[in-house]
Design a protein around this ligand. Structure first.
Ligand code: FAD
Length: 537
């Protein structure tokens, strides 16, 4: 049952909103988290995967650098299940400004970031794939962070707290806030729409916390006020192996294609910075892919010829107070500090607080500061405690997924059942258990992808998705049409990420996948296209 009245309604199930909902529950506030899609499907699910040490911002944005290193230590302590401690290296090449390393070293020390100087030979001993032409190298405490695990960790912890008390703290997924309800000079709730059924309802709240990331300007606009969010699209490319086991950063002023993050079974290369005016602008341009591969190749020779699995984009919700003009129009130059806007003070509109900007690495701190303002409006004086106590291990999440873990289990007979996804070694019992974990809630193949990495390997769902759709059909007893639609949505989305990478193995793979799904199974013919699809074709 969705409550009709809560103390605080948090808009946005990304890292910031989830951390804020958890923080509110810890302070004894009745909270409802509303997300228009699934958890972590906004920018938080489309990011680069780096738990920043702060090194990237040390020279240009020292405040953010200091926040990153503090929060890096806190997240390692409270959410170790979401973090793979890869460590990080900053390396300079002969093409990079020669005076930058010295300035960077001073800036890191000032921000409190622990750095160790390595000789080029030591750096290459640690990461043999690095170019022999390194001119400087430093070790930093970067790490890889799985945003799905982190966000689910916050939400499950919120629910667990509320299960043991009379508090209400829950998630309303697939519901969009379409109207903020106002009374005199205050926001007193929101109208939400179930995006699957179209049903609408009003939820009363003493305060609404707007944590809608790139959509924060639109949500604030529902009450007639303006929050200017600078939308900055960035592209990433996943390679089919890790290439390195340490995060590699280019030691130069922030630019396109500076970072390589080994995450699970892949290496993620990125990113770019392109101004956009759409929060959901996820298109990828060919020049971005070429640029990213070229820059990575300067640090790891040969990577450009490797097999690229997938390209995708996310939109950074950057915030600049209106009075700042730094002259640099690219997103790389914009500060990553976040803002908490108390609309009671700024716009004389009570009951509404916006939090925007920042990094995934600083989401807990953003939540803390936003919740402080919310609590001030509510008259709650319980202090924040989210930095101290570790989150419980989320139920359906494992320690970060490594293919070799599953391979070892498979070889020792500990992974019983039919193999459904050969690339990521996902079995039928794992899929059935994941579906069961959703109870009566609807399950999409994309949920199984996020839970199990189904379809994320080299064939990009070529062989597994039709099998997984069959299991979904059996277990959930969905109609043929519903399952076929789910399969088509999933396959279309996987293919979209491969289309910018059509050369070599991935071109052959996509052609094979097209033959399987469109020619042999006739997936397109089984489903009448929607009006938008008809327009597209
Ligand atoms: C290319 C790229 C690379 C990045 N790399 C890194 C990195 O390596 N490390 C790092 O620390 N940070 C990185 N970032 C930044 C980081 O990803 C973001 O700062 C962070 O994810 C923002 O989280 P959020 O919760 O504020 O926004 P989001 O994750 O976008 O969450 C907002 C949510 O609000 C929901 N929503 C919107 N409107 C409504 C509505 N009306 N009703 C209900 N729900 C609504 C959306 O669906 C969305 O899920 C990167 C960003 C990009 C784009």
């Amino acid at each position: 049952m969705t409550p009709t009245a809560v103390d605080v309604l948090v808009v946005g199930g990304g890292a910031t909103g989830a951390a804020a909902a958890y923080d509110l529950a810890r302070r004894g506030v009745r909270v409802l988290l509303v997300e228009q899609s699934d958890l972590s499907t906004g920018t938080s699910g489309r990011y680069h995967g780096l738990l920043h040490s702060g090194g990237r911002y040390a020279v240009g944005d020292p405040g953010t650098a200091a926040e990153c290193i503090t929060e890096n230590r806190i997240l390692r302590h409270i959410a170790p299940f979401a973090i793979e401690d890869t460590g990080g290296l900053f390396v300079a090449t002969p093409d990079d400004p020669a005076d930058h390393p010295a300035r960077w070293v001073d800036a890191c020390r000032a921000a409190g970031i622990d750095i160790d100087a390595l000789t080029p030979a030591q750096a290459r001993a640690q990461e043999p794939a690095l170019t022999p032409h390194i001119t400087a190298a430093y070790r930093v405490p970067d790490a890889a962070c799985d945003s799905f695990d982190l966000v689910h960790g916050f939400v499950e912890a919120m629910r667990a707290l509320c299960a043991h008390s009379t508090l209400c703290g829950d998630l309303l997924a697939y519901h969009r806030v379409i109207r903020l309800v106002t009374n005199d000079n205050s926001v007193v709730g929101a109208e939400v729409e179930n995006v699957r059924t179209g049903d609408r309802q009003v939820i009363h709240a003493a305060c609404v916390l707007n944590a809608a990331g790139p959509w924060a300007g639109m949500v604030a606009g529902l009450s007639g006020i303006t929050v200017k969010v600078k939308l900055d699209r960035g592209t990433m490319v996943a390679m089919n192996t890790r290439w390195v086991n340490t995060i590699i950063n280019r030691l130069r002023p922030a630019d396109d294609g500076d970072i390589i993050v080994p995450v699970g079974t892949v290496a993620v290369l990125g990113t770019t910075s392109v101004t956009t005016n759409r929060p959901g602008d996820h298109h990828v341009e060919n020049w971005e892919v070429s640029k990213i591969l070229g820059e990575a190749d300067a640090v790891i020779p040969g990577i450009r010829q490797g097999r690229a699995l997938r390209a995708w984009a996310g939109v950074r919700p950057l915030y600049e107070p209106p009075d700042i003009d730094h002259g640099d129009t690219s997103g790389h130059g914009v500060q990553r500090r976040f803002a908490v806007i108390d609309h009671r003070v700024r716009d004389q509109l009570g009951g509404l607080v916006t939090v925007v900007g920042g990094k995934l690495t600083t989401c807990r701190l953003m939540a803390e500061e936003a919740v402080n303002v919310v609590c001030d409006q509510l008259g709650v004086d319980t202090p924040c405690t989210t930095a101290a106590e570790p989150l419980p291990l989320p139920a359906f999440r494992q320690q970060y997924h490594r293919l070799d873990h599953r391979l070892r289990k498979l070889e020792h007979g500990q992974l019983p059942g039919q193999l459904i996804c050969e690339c990521e070694l996902v079995t039928r019992p794992q899929i059935e258990a994941a579906i069961a974990g959703y109870g009566d809630h609807p399950v999409a193949l994309d949920d199984l992808r996020r839970d199990l990495r189904l379809g994320m390997g080299p064939c990009q769902s070529g062989f597994c998705s039709v099998r997984a759709a069959g299991i979904l059909h059996e277990v959930k007893e969905h109609s043929n049409l519903k399952v076929t639609r789910a399969l088509k949505d999933f396959v279309d989305e996987r293919f979209r990420g491969v289309k910018p990478l059509l050369w070599g193995h991935q071109l052959r793979q996509l052609y094979l996948d097209e033959l399987i799904y469109r020619r042999t199974l006739g997936l397109d013919r089984l489903i009448a296209p929607t009006p938008e699809e008809r327009l597209d074709s």
